[in-house]
Every structure is written in C-alpha cells, then in structure tokens.
Design a protein around this ligand. Structure first.
Ligand SMILES: *[C@@H]1O[C@H](CO)[C@@H](O)[C@H](O)[C@H]1NC(C)=O
Ligand SMILES: *[C@@H]1O[C@H](CO)[C@@H](O)[C@H](O)[C@H]1NC(C)=O
Ligand SMILES: *[C@@H]1O[C@H](CO)[C@@H](O)[C@H](O)[C@H]1NC(C)=O
Ligand SMILES: *[C@@H]1O[C@H](CO)[C@@H](O)[C@H](O)[C@H]1NC(C)=O
Ligand SMILES: [Zn+2]
Length: 478
C-alpha cells in the first residue's frame, strides 16, 4: 500500500539525479575516420571532374595543399601522420626495411608484419587512443599490422601480397566493412588506406588520361562514402579526414635529360658495401670501410641535378637524417631525376621521394563531419599537424609530438573550439539548474512522504492501540 505511492513521489528525485550524471555509453567526442589515398598529388582534382570532392569542399574543409615530410615516401610519411613525429624521430625512414649486416632488403608489403621496422619507441595514435579507452582499427594503413611496446592495434587488416589496388567494387566493400565497425562494433577511430592513385601515377605518369580516370574512380568512391555515412546513420557522429602521403612527378628520361646513374661516377665494387637506390628520387649508400670520403668527393658534383650529402651535413630542416638507420651518404635528385645505381630500370613513368618543397610532392587534405567548419578553405600546412588535430577530435591526450594544434584548430566549428570554455559552462549551468530542481522536488517529496507516513503511523498507532500491536514503518524500504 505504502511502497508504490511513495515511489511515484520519489520518481522526480531519481530522474533529477540521472540528468546530472552522464548517461552510460554516451560519448563526449565524435568518431574519426582517417582515409589515405596513396600518392594523391594536391592538384589532381583540377584537370578532371570531381563532383563529390567539390561537394565535400563546400560541406567541409579543404586545405590548399598539404606538405608531407621528407622523405616523400609511403611508410615514412604515413607514420608521421599517425604519430605527429618527424621521420628522424620515428625511425621509419624508408618503405624498405634493410639490414646492413646481412645486406638484406625487405619490400614494403613484407615490412607490414615486421614490428622491428615500425616500433622504435614512438607510439602511433592507435595505441595512444586505445590506452585512453578508445577502440581503434586499421584497414591496410601502413604500420597498422605491427605491435608497439607489445600492444597490437585492436583490429588490423594487413594488405596481402596479391591485393589488387584498383578494384572499385572492393573499395566500396571496404567502406561498408568500416561503417559496420563504427556502428555494430562501436569502433572510435579507424584508418583506411588505398594504394591508388600512387600505382597508376608510377605506371603511366601523373599527366596521363589513366591518372585522370583513376581520380574519377576515387571521386565516385568518396561519393559512395558520403552516401554510406548517411545510410549507417553516422552523419552526426563521424568526422572524416581524407589525406595522402606525397605527390607524384613525371620521371625525366633520355634523350631529354642525362639521367642519374651512380655507376657512371663510382665503382660499386670498390666503394659500396650496401645501397638503397633505384627507388625514385631518394637514395643512400653505405661505403666500404675507409671509403666514405672518396665516395663523397666522387659524387658531390657528379651530376648537376643530384644533391649529395654526408649524413651529418644533411639539411636539418628536413628532420630526416638524424636517425641511426640513415646511411652515411644521403642523396636526392632534383624534381623528376630518379636515382639509379648500376643500371636504369625503366619501369616508372612517375615517381616521388624528391624534396618536399616541390609542388609536385605536395598532397591533399580534406575533412568533414560534425566538428569541422563548412566551406572552409585552409592555408597550406605540414602533415605533421594532423596528429594533434586527431587527438583533439578523439578527446585524448597526445604523446609528445612535433605538430601544433594551433595550425589546424581554426578548421573546427567554433562551439567545438571553445568546448573547454563555453560549452562546458553551458553544460554545467544546465547541470546546476537540474540539481536545484531535483533538490527542491526531493525536499517537497520527502516532506510529503513524511506527512503521509506520519498520518499512516498515527492511524496504525490508533489501530495498534486498538489491537495492542505495533509495526515499525521504515522509509528506507521504499
Ligand atoms: C601478415 O600476417 C598475417 C597473419 O599472420 C598473414 O596472414 C599475412 O599474409 C601477412 N601479410 C604479409 C603482407 O606479410
Ligand atoms: C573486384 O572485387 C569484387 C569484390 O571483392 C570481386 O567480386 C571481383 O571479382 C573483383 N574483380 C576483379 C577484376 O578482381
Ligand atoms: C621529352 O620531352 C618532351 C617534351 O616535354 C616529351 O613530350 C617527351 O615525352 C619526353 N621524352 C621522354 C622520353 O621523356
Ligand atoms: C620533436 O618532438 C620530440 C618529442 O617532443 C622532441 O624530442 C624533438 O626534439 C622534436 N623535434 C624537433 C625538430 O623539434
Ligand atoms: Zn609510390
């Protein structure tokens, strides 16, 4: 008789309590998807119709261009994006892993499972986010298959050796897989990687119809992504960053130019213990013992478009050569001048690895979602600054890094910018009102219940007096 009545009275008190505590499962940040289209030069959308990318520029943020770190290469650049550290710090200095004792080289794909190439003490964002309670995944993103200080990315798909780069159907399936990770499995942060338009840029060259056709395929895929985000009900919950690791330039070939072939200037047999060359615009050599000076003198003025340095004299602004893995002689070609060792392999019509100052090495940055401004054209910036932006979006404390949130924060909507200020104050004002209301309601309810109880007790007492029997009544049972 007493129970249900008093419960109804106390309901407003309980509701008032609930409203000033976070509802379990509700998050203070939005989910984040980082997509990389390998080798997407900054201006690839300017000579081909890209309706979906144009639409996104209106619906979100577009940077005029993005400067990748030197060396402008896939694994090093991607790891800078995911860690916010210069290549000299994170140590993923090349796509190839190598060992100067065994003289072995391992291909890009082989390195993906090799933790020793990636884990040099700098934590990528997946791991930092996981340690702070976020659920993260990597879909083919470079470095996602390694473990860091023994910790693996919670979900990681590594690109197989036979994975096709340009299957548009598979691209769409991958988007759906990722959408399911976000919705069905509640992942917070996912990185998704595509091997195009890098592949087509190498094979046919950047100034070709093949490349333009590939950009249209990417644009359709971005259209599919936007549609999928709506279909999965993620529009208000998911921020998306679309970026890349470097640009692409047409390789200069004879008879137009004199190509760089190192064996024209040095004897590999006499001077070279180990080489990392034949890999686009960048190369490194390990001289045989005592041959460093001879090698350096033979190469430094050898070719007008070849820039050769001793490791310790390599320009500091590249933030590259300090790492112990970098070999004693470091070189890069002027734009389009690939560095060949003992013979010229005529595979690539386009390449990268050149100085990141060249416009052909610049890449893209696009972003959209609930926390990004609309129709915002951002000034060019360095990819190192993407990391603190991602940490901010995910609401996590970054590791020490070389980026700056100040560079990218202006892309965020104002309320989000001031979240630690105005939004929090608004939230706490609401909370105070709710608390005050619930206190008043509570007091009234307690008084009322006390009144009812008193009446009931009095009546019972009267009955007890009549029946010579007494029962205790305890409010706490309610
Ligand atoms: C990486 O490791 C996984 C699991 O052991 C394996 O299935 C896959 O083939 C490996 N991939 C590469 C590129 O080595
Ligand atoms: C492309 O991918 C789809 C879906 O994974 C597959 O069914 C199809 O056979 C692939 N096409 C080619 C040409 O490999
Ligand atoms: C040489 O340059 C011309 C003009 O830029 C270009 O059309 C041609 O393809 C080049 N040849 C080679 C082999 O690169
Ligand atoms: C990059 O950041 C790391 C970690 O804070 C720091 O040790 C290093 O000196 C920074 N590099 C530069 C060039 O500022
Ligand atoms: Zn490439």
């Amino acid at each position: 008789m007493m129970g249900p009545g008093a419960l109804t009275l106390l309901l407003p008190v309980l509701l008032g309590w609930a409203s000033c505590h976070p509802i379990p499962g509700r998050k203070s940040f939005h989910k984040l998807l980082l997509i990389s289209f390998d080798g997407f030069r900054w201006d690839y959308d300017q000579d081909v119709d890209t309706p979906n990318m144009d639409h996104l520029a209106q619906e979100g943020v577009k940077a005029k261009y993005l400067t990748p770190p030197f060396v402008t290469m896939t694994s090093p650049s991607h790891f800078t994006t995911i860690s916010g550290r210069w290549i000299e710090d994170h140590g993923v200095i090349h796509n190839m892993m190598f060992n100067t004792e065994t003289l072995k080289k391992y291909s890009y794909k082989t390195t993906q499972n090799k933790t020793e190439w990636w884990d040099n003490g700098v934590l990528p964002l997946w791991i930092t986010a996981q340690r702070q309670g976020r659920k993260t995944a990597s879909f083919h993103y470079p470095g996602g298959g390694a473990t860091y200080k023994g910790e693996a990315v919670q979900r990681s798909l590594v690109e197989s050796y036979t994975h096709p780069n340009s299957n548009e159907t598979e691209w769409r399936e991958n988007i759906d897989i990722v959408m399911n990770w976000f919705t069905k499995e509640d992942f917070d942060f996912v990185t998704l990687y595509y091997g195009e338009p890098d592949s087509v840029g190498h094979r046919y060259g950047p100034e070709t119809e093949n490349r333009r056709v590939m950009i249209q395929q990417i644009d359709r895929t971005i259209g599919y992504l936007v549609e999928a985000i709506e279909r999965y009900g993620l529009t208000e919950h998911l921020n998306v960053i679309i970026t890349s690791d470097h640009g692409m330039t047409t390789v200069k070939k004879k008879p137009n130019v004199t190509e760089i072939l190192l064996t024209d200037y040095i004897s590999f047999q006499d001077l070279v213990k180990f080489d990392i060359v034949d890999y686009g615009g960048f190369g490194m050599l390990l001289p045989k013992p005592g041959q460093e000076e001879v090698m350096y003198q033979a190469l430094k003025n050898a070719h007008p478009h070849l820039n050769v340095y001793k490791k310790e004299e390599f320009p500091e602004h590249f933030h590259f050569a300090k790492h112990e893995r970098v070999l004693p002689i470091v070189m890069y070609g002027d734009s389009g001048y690939s560095i060949s060792g003992q013979l010229i392999l005529y595979f690539n019509k386009g390449d990268h690895g050149f100085d990141n100052v060249y416009m052909d090495m610049k890449t893209i940055f696009r972003a959209f979602g609930p926390d990004f401004k609309k129709n915002h054209l951002a000034e060019p910036f360095d990819s190192i600054h993407i990391y603190p932006l991602m940490c901010k979006l995910l609401g996590i404390t970054p590791e020490p890094h070389n980026g700056s949130l100040a560079v990218t924060q202006e892309m965020l909507v104002d309320t989000y910018n001031q979240q630690s200020g105005a939004k929090m104050r608004r939230a706490s004002a609401l909370q105070n009102t709710a608390t005050a209301l619930s206190v008043v309601t509570g007091v009234l309810a307690v008084l009322f219940v006390a009144g009812v109880t008193f009446t009931v007790i009095s009546r019972k007492k009267q009955r007890a007096d009549q029946n010579s029997r007494s029962e205790p009544v305890r409010l706490t049972e309610l």
